[in-house]
Design a binder for this molecule. Structure first.
Ligand SMILES: [Zn+2]
Length: 120
């Protein structure tokens, strides 16, 4: 339970960044296989797909950002965005909630799931 929770938008952004680098790396590896056309073409396509996927993810972040609620973090007093019922601050990873009934409770990502509305 000691796993540090981080902001959702930040996590998706990190994922998109990893995809870009993975795509470039895959295409770079493909260059070493220029004698094997099939391998080279396959790695090029895979790399390109990863880069395209990251573009889609970035687009997705843009969409999510419009749905996120902009607030000022009570901990570090910087502007951040909250996505869903519970999320963490983008700057200091302070757990934040949009739900008054969850205030002061131990942070749990499962609160985002509609199934676990109340936890006894
Ligand atoms: Zn903060």
């Amino acid at each position: 339970m000691s796993l540090k929770y981080s902001n959702k938008i930040n996590r998706i952004r990190t994922f998109a960044l990893v995809l870009v680098f993975a795509g470039i790396l895959i295409m770079y590896v493909g260059i070493f296989f220029r004698d094997y056309t099939f391998v080279m073409v396959t790695t090029m396509i895979l790399g390109l797909l990863a880069v395209i996927a990251s573009t889609v993810v970035y687009f997705f972040i843009g969409l999510l950002s419009t749905r996120a609620v902009p607030i000022v973090c009570p901990n570090c007093e910087k502007a951040t965005k909250v996505l869903g019922r519970v999320d963490a601050c983008m700057h200091c990873d302070q757990p934040l909630t949009m739900d008054k009934s969850l205030e002061g409770k131990e942070f749990d990502e499962s609160y985002n799931s509609p199934k676990t509305t109340t936890k006894a």
